[in-house]
Design a protein around this ligand. Sequence first.
Ligand SMILES: [Zn+2]
Ligand SMILES: [Zn+2]
Ligand SMILES: [Zn+2]
Length: 255
Amino acid sequence: MISDMAFSFLGTGSVKAAPVYGCDCIACQRALSNQTYRRQAACGVLEVNGVRFLIDAGYLGLEEKFPPGSLDAVLLTHFHMDHVQGLFPIRWGMGESIPVFSPDDPHGCDDLFKYPGIFDFSKKSLPFEPFHFKGIKITPVPLVHSKLTMGYIVEFNGKRLAYLCDSGVLRRDVEVLLKEHPLDLLILDCDQPPQEKAPRNHNDLTRALDVYKSIQPKQLLLTHISHHLDEYFITHPDCLPDGVAIGLDSQTWTI
Ligand SMILES: [Zn+2]
Ligand SMILES: [Zn+2]
Ligand SMILES: [Zn+2]
């Protein structure tokens, strides 16, 4: 059976992802010696019924990976540099304009709004206001972060996926919405190993697994991973329950 949705990671790292410049921890050393464990900044590709979305754009080298005409739209969670930096080398390109759905953040990032090039930033993602793009339903949900940030729930043909990055502890209304409609795949921010206190702008592993228990998606993928968390995974190989996986750049998941 051909699946309806395929999600591929291009970047699963936080701003302090392995290999961190100059760091000699085991996670950074592993990433230096084995390409598989290198993590670029937040970025994914979602293909739904022949429509291709870029979700976040932290990956450096997008212009090589996606020739003109190969991206239908971009979904941006927020305007921190590690989520938009991959757009900068493309914006002065030629060809059709690419719609970007992003939070209504007047500040944006650097001069992207002033000089958008081939990107169309006029599409605003408003909290809990679903929109359709080429027959695919997309619902933005507000996340707790240091900048105005939206997660995205994507639905097509009875399949549901959510991408929540960057995110601190979920708002109650978002948690209720996610619990009401079961998810096939949840891609969730998890930046840190277990902490005593919940971090403000990201999840640690304890809070990410709390979300898993509460929302009960069929599959949880962890992303936005720091070298500290990778080090924890190396030293605690059995710390994840069934149904939870550590995201890796270049992995594809179909539902
Ligand atoms: Zn390190
Ligand atoms: Zn951020
Ligand atoms: Zn980030």
